[in-house]
Every structure is written in structure tokens, then in C-alpha cells.
Write a protein that binds this ligand. Sequence first.
Ligand code: ADP
Ligand code: MG
Length: 701
Amino acid sequence: MVYDVLENKIEFLKGVGPRRAAILNKELQIFSFGDLLQYYPFRYVDKSRIHKVTEINSDQIYYQLIGRVSELKSYGEPRTTRITARFTDDSGSIELVWFKGLKWVKTRFTPGQQYVLFGKASLFNGQYNFVHPDIEDYTPQLVPVGESLEGVYNSSETMKNNGLGSKQLTKLIKKLLLQVQQTVPEVLPEKILTQHKLMPRALAFQQIHLPSDAPSLEKATKRLKFEEYFFFQLNLLLRKKSRERIKNGVLFSRVGKLFHQFYAENLPFELTGAQKKVIREIRHDLATGHQMNRLLQGDVGSGKTIVALMIILLAIDNGYQAALMAPTEILANQHYQSLKHLLEGMPVNLALLTGSTKARDRKPMFSSLADGSLHLIIGTHALIEDKIQFHNLGLTIIDEQHRFGVAQRARFREKTDKPPHTLVMTATPIPRTLAMTQYGDLDFSIIDELPPGRKPIKTIHLFQSQRLRLLSFMRKQLAEGRQIYIVYPLIKESEKLDLIYLQEGYESLLRDFPEPDYRICVVHGQMKSEDKDFEMQRFIKGQAHIMVATTVIEVGVDIPNASVMVVEHADRFGLSQLHQLRGRVGRGADQAYCVLMTDYKLSSDGRKRMDTMVRTTDGFEIAAVDLELRGPGETTGTRQSGQVELKIGNLLKDEKIIRHVRNVVNQLLDEDPKLAQEDNIRTRNYFDKKFRQQFDWSEIG
Ligand code: ADP
Ligand code: MG
């Protein structure tokens, strides 16, 4: 293995040491020289421009001024808490304020001398001032002629308090660059560098931190983005290609008895054209001998479950077992109930496994899984636990788990000799750039049609002051025999408070809708799962009219008679969550409604979310607005799952470059599938290191 200076531990960089290293570890996940080198400025300021005091009209941009400091005043006696001064140039003057380092400030300035001030203005009581500006003695050489871009780094409060603010980070990075400049290894193939006119890696690191001018900064950015997407795509395309190349997939060669019987006798409705198309696509995959890895997208209510069931029957017909995994117990339970119902009278053994399955039920379940007598297991994450062994797992279906990454999908694979076919189903529309980065190893299918007879859900936004309108609307709906969901936010940080809101809401509902005429059930994440189940069942069976819940019902739950969804504090939910919640209604033939309740006062984001929900039911349009408002990581929860962690790329803006890089990698792998040519070896070595040897090159024949 070649020594790579960038792997040196960060604490060994001069000026860092163990204490600051610990802070860098914790705050920024910076552990090595390389990590620090890839901590890029989030913005650049141009230090060549000298402003005038009278030009200051924004607290958003940085200003550089030249002038004199006078009228130093101390506040607070005997212990000074604040010092102010005036900064004056030939256009006017502005106040300076310090709260810290006051001793130093007191003796810092010589009357009459000129200083260079640099900082962001603050707006205080309608007046601009500078709080803790950077000030240096003025010498004519100090002010650069021509453009001079300086990087600004994000740093947390803890970092600033420990000498790791933007300025100090700049210093450290400068030192680091000096030390490693000569030894930073190139990782892309020479041919690709020349062909696409990419800046060498070492120079790119230099220029991204300390740009000589704007064009060089642009070139450095381009190079580093290219590299970042390159290795992402390499990881995805290697997997995709090796899957396509090798015939180690389970063969579902025939359409057998179960499939036909179900189609003829049990299918409760005519499949939509889109459902038929998708089943055809999947059947095609299953008969090729290659392993299927497919993402099935279909908006809420488009009917993915029945597609899953029919594919499961294909697997069983061909002598294999199938697993269906859902993100929550409620959803797993519901799948179990509804599949059991759909399969009535058919010789299929199925079981439900979740975290709350009792030990004494587990034992026989595990042994029938291992001997093959259990055909289908439905459950939560419990399904990928190590203990579980299959006789011959041929198919795994992962429902509503778009957060499930490449590595997690691979866990099912360890449970059999042959990799099982995998179908990932999601109702969350995935923007194209994200699809290419996070799911670039999968094939895609889309159900782009809803079952017939669905009326678009009517969405209304009401303020708290209009609650009486809500109540009378609810009474009318209940009188017509409908059921109603009322959802409260439950967000981790404020769980206690949120539960109080939910509790209060529940109590006031009890007053507005008293027993015995009305029955209300409650479901939230902190209840025992038996209690949750019990309450769910009351609602499903129609014994309760109103369900008060948190987002535990967000995904998948399917109760056709529930046609009204009320969302309390709706502005505290993200758009995709609201869309999911709304998707819980409108599943029967009745007109469905979604009511979004908020305070009159809303943030501009909040207002935009409400307006979007009222305007459209199109999941893709909603996803687009969501991406715009929140950025890609937040939109799909990928930030937490650590899937697409980009250091420099930006999924909002980079569609073109991602597409380009994907083509480049595709071509490279066509020419040299194992990256064994001399020019490509460094790329392969770096890839192995970066992805910790996860890819098995011997799979490529
Ligand atoms: P999702 O794609 O959100 O998982 P489901 O599979 O839960 O959707 O289906 C939503 C509802 O539509 C269910 O009640 C299901 O029985 C019904 N459904 C599915 N396909 C059809 C169809 N072709 N015709 C009529 N109803 C259907
Ligand atoms: Mg579903």
C-alpha cells in the first residue's frame, strides 16, 4: 500500500494538538490531514475592494474600510462589559463594538493612525455598526491590488472559543498545504485528466483554499466536484455492471399455479395499466438469470402493495421464499393483515416478525424459515438480524424505505448463497440528481397512474382562529359516516412539549365530540406496541371515529373509510411529510379532504409549504419545491443515513456534471472493467481505500 500523507492524524498537524483535534473530530468529523484539506470554504470574500462608510447598506455582505479610530468608551464599572468607538473615513463614520478582549481593545489604537477594517456590518436599532471587526494597521502594501479572494470557513461556537474560527482554520490549512503540497497523490487516471482538462489534484486543493483568482477557483471547484462524483458513480456503476455481467441471480423461470390462481380468483380489482407494465418489467428481470435490483416509484395510493404480492407469488411458485420489510411495526402489521386477507384460501404460509414478536413465537417461526416451510415473512428491521436464516430466500421487497442504502440492502445478501432479487418501493418522488447518486446502482420502474375513480383530495389551509369552521366540518363528515385522522407533530427535541400538545388536543376533542356518540382513539410513538395495535384496530374496525396520532401513521397505513386528514401545527412538518400524511386519505370512493391548521403568523417557508400543498397533489411537483426549500440532504433524510454526503457537490445545481461524470465512468468501466490498466491502478487503489474494501473485485470475471 502506498503511503498517503493525507491519512496522517490531524492532531499531528503543527498547531493542532490533542485538544483541538478532539474538537475537530467532534464538530466536523475531521480526523486526518485529508479531512481538513477537504473542508472547503463555504464562501469567498473579495479583499481588494475598499468601501466607504456611506456605502454600507446591508448586513449580509463583508465590507473593507480604511479610516481612523476615535472616541473609545467603556461601559460597566468597575468591570467593563463593552467598549464602543467610532470609525471614520472621508465619507462618514460608523460605530464599532466589542464585548470581549476588552483589555486589548483599550490599548490597541493610536489616535490619528489609519487602520484597515474588515467585517460584516450588523443592524442595531436601525443603525449599522461593526461588532468585533478585524482590524489591522494600514500600510499601503496591505491592500491588494486586483482581485483577492479569501475563503471563509464555517465554524461552530465551540470551535471559535477554542481558537478554531475561520481565520485560524485558514492558518492551519495554509500550513497543511505547505506541508503536503508536494506529496498529495493524484487519484484520477491521467487520460481522464487530459481529456476533460481537469486541474491536477494538489493544485486544486491549493486553489480551492487560497485562490489566485476567480478563474482558478472555478477550475479547482470543477476538478474537485468531478472527483467527488466520480467515486460515487464508480461505486454505483461497479455494482450495477457486475450484477449485469454475472448470471448468479435466482431464476424465476415460470409463472406458476399460485400466480394464476390469485389472478383468476383473488385479485379484487382490475390492475391499472401502470401496474401491469411494472409487473411485466419485473417479470422480465426475474427470468434473465441476473440479480434484479429495482426501485419502484409510485405516488401514495398508486397500488404498489398488490404489485409486491404478485411478485412474491412468482417467487413462491418457483420454489423460493420471500421477505417483505416495512419501516414501522404499524405498517408491517398492516401489510401482514392485508396480504393474509388477499391470500385467503391459497396455500401460502406467511408470518409477521417485528421487535415485539414474543420469543416463544419466534422459535417455530425461525425453524420454519430455515426448513423452507414458511414461504413469506413480513416484518420490520428485525428481518435483517443476524440470527435469521432462510432456507432459500429468492426475493426481498423493501417498502417505503428509500433511506435504505447500498450497504444495508446488501445485508439480505449475506443470508443466502445466491443474491436474492431486490425490489425497493417508495412513494417519495426522488429528484433525478438524487436518483443518479443514491440509487445509481438500481433500475427504475414507475407507477404513473392512480386506480380509477379516485377524486383529487381537497386541501384547505385554516388558521387557529378558524377552528369553529373545522369543528363543524368534522361533525358533518362524521354524520356522513366518515372517519377522521388528526395528526400532531412529534419532533425529537421537543418531544415532551409535543406530547402535551397532543394530550391537550385530545382532551379538547373529547369535549367537542363527547362519548358515547363519538369515540376517539390515540396512537403515538411512545406507546407500547400492543396498545398501539389495539387502538389501530379500533379505528380500522370502525369502532372509533377519530384517530389522534403522531406521524407514526405517516407511511403506508390504508383505511379507505378515513377520508379526512387534519394536520395540527402543519407548518412544523416538511413538505414530503405533509404529502405522505395527505396520502393516507382519498383511498376510498368518497371525496377526501386534508385540512392544514396553523397559526396566523407563519415563516415565509411555512407559508410556501402550505400554499404548495393547497395548490397541487402532484408528488413530483411537491418534491421539487421541497428540494428548493430544504436542500437535498434534508429532503430525503439522506444526510442522517450518510448516503450522499457531498463535500463540494450540490445536488440542486449539478445535474449536468453528474450526468457527464456518470458517462465518463461508464465508458471507463467498459474499457477496463477491473481498472487493471496501469493508468487506472491508482484510481482503483484509492477507491478501495475510500470505500474500505467493500467491493469484491473478484466478482468481475
Ligand atoms: P401504495 O402505492 O401507496 O402502497 P396501496 O398498495 O396501499 O398504495 O394501494 C392503495 C389502495 O388502492 C388500496 O386500498 C388498494 O387496495 C387499492 N388499489 C390498488 N390497486 C388498485 C386497482 N388497480 N384498482 C382499484 N384499487 C386499487
Ligand atoms: Mg404502500
